[in-house]
Design a protein around this ligand. Sequence first.
Ligand SMILES: *Cc1c(COP(=O)(O)O)cnc(C)c1O
Length: 463
Amino acid sequence: MTYFSTRGGVSALTFSEAVMMGLAEDGGLLLPRTIPRLDAATVYSWREKSYAGLAFEVMSRFIDDIPASDLRALVNESYAAFDQAEVIPLVHYGNLHILELFHGPTLAFKDIALQFLGNLFAYLLKKSGDRMNILGATSGDTGSAAIYAVRGKAGINIFILHPYQRVSPVQEKQMTAVLDENVHNIAIRGSFDDGQAIVKGIFADLEFKKAHHLAAINSINWARVLAQVVYYIWSCLHVWAHENLNSIDFAVPTGNFGDIFAGFIAKRMLPEGMIRRLVLATNTNDILARFVEKGDYSLGEVVQTSSPSMDIQSASNFERYLYYLTDSDPKRTGDLMKEFAEKGRLDLSGYLDQIKRDFATEAIGEKTVKATIAEFYKEHKYILDPHTAVGVAAALRQQKPGVAMVCLATAHPAKFAAVVEEAIGLPPPVPESLAGILQRESRCEVMDADAGLVKAFIKSHDL
Ligand SMILES: *Cc1c(COP(=O)(O)O)cnc(C)c1O
């Protein structure tokens, strides 16, 4: 399998090269040359596999430059860090299946991709004898998941930008209380989008990128998308074990379009109709909902909500979908992205038929988020975190008879205890890994939203 850029300027990369490049050098995003198709018999034959076993099967269809035994070891190591034997349990409440993606070391779904990516980076660097400075921006959860993925790993430094005082206190401590020498937290006075723009700008400075061996760990890295494809297929296998429905919808709380894009890849891999539709759920920051509803992809102001990991207006993975939407046209994709960068808006209404074949959508307001947490608790004694609640609210509105509905549960409720307590009147139980976290010693650099300052900091800490 080779990899190429959505803008056509990079091609014929191996998987390892694509992982190391992160953002494509022409400013686009990397994609596999083809999306492998799975027939029904093959998928059914995987029913008894462990999560790591399934991950190996799915990933090996996209990776042909890592020996099978090494890939197996990488996957096993990555999912051994989870606190549940199943890694990702599928639980059942009412007519919904809830996919618990939050049993990794930082209690959010990003662990699933990042534990794998961290091990993959360490493996590839060991082979090449190279070093790496990871640079990423986070709206909350990616940062800690990335830090936990590489803390203490030889040859790797990590620099994570988060919006100063705009992440929850627990999220902040999960990042800044990791005191390993290779971990550098930077709090930017600004929004997540400001941090992301700085990171994108630094990566676009190819000279600086080369000199400091910069690597991305944000959801633009193909290996992250790939790791997330696995649990869509895992869900199908586990839904079939529970109910006799062959058609499945997924409700996906969405910010950067990474998780739901993985669902799109899974949908294309599986036999036609097995995944019927992806329900794209946003909070008040509804650019993606407007896109699915009307083909209107236009920036709004970033609004702070109770689901901060989705407080995003320009979704970094969107370009990958745009590439497929334009019928795999790199020129058109590049032109559209340029137009979006200039005008902050795109009219994609000409593509609505295709968009609606892939997605349904709901934008969920703050009141509904809290009401959903409250009602779900009252009815099922199950506590949703606010991100998951966005997805569940969308699922309840979009559910169709005869179609199974899987809701992706993206964070443990204890990470957002204040919102949850407001909704249900008591705090969610605190898992062991968070006990006493607010009292832990921490380390963090606070900076203005200025790429020059961030560059200077990286330069002075390069290995
Ligand atoms: C990152 C995140 C999301 C959104 O995922 P995207 O891939 O950015 O769409 C949703 N919920 C939680 C808890 C997250 O951390």
